[in-house]
Ligand binder design. Sequence first.
Ligand SMILES: [Fe+2]
Length: 219
Amino acid sequence: MKSLDNINRRFILKASVSLVTATTSLAVLANSSIAITPKQPEGPFYPIKPQQDKDLDLTEVQGSTKPAKGEIIEVTGTVFDQDNRPLANAVVDIWQANAAGRYAHEQDSNDAPLDPNFQGWGIVKTDERGFYRFKTVKPGAYQVSKQWSRPPHIHFKVAKRGYRELITQMYFSGEMLNDTDALLQEAPAEQRHQLIVDFSTAKDNMAKQGVFNLVLAKI
Ligand SMILES: [Fe+2]
């Protein structure tokens, strides 16, 4: 009986080791896929007025000699699929408030001034490495109601055939309003960091840069 007990024990031990190995392999496999970027509401200010100039430089409007007001920043990033593969030719569409926190949109009743030299809207396609880049100004915060002010943010809409369109918002790290923003809080706590970008670094007196990578889900 004793030896049979030993055999059983050894068998159980072996089985447990195999189970641990199998679980580890599964975990490694799972790690090769990456988390889809959390969705955020589109909001009421997606541009509705046709606009000629929607290029990657939002700080200059075609035909104008003055640049936009505000702190110039560069937003770059890569669009990936869930398997961590960069997606070429994805359409990246951004829109945002100007430096004073005002959208060039008729629904925006905020009395902050419009900036005629701010483009406010840009659409680019990712290159063969899935990379995109925009030059813009840091948007201002704006009040939605007496109790709620939105932190600076940029709206994103990203599309590619074969993938679910992603509508989200990018936020700036270190903003106090991030902690109380009703929309940012809608993102799952463990994924919120995917929407918050650090713009503290600037290369050789150039504009501050932030990297906002986006992950699309396959249809
Ligand atoms: Fe907004």
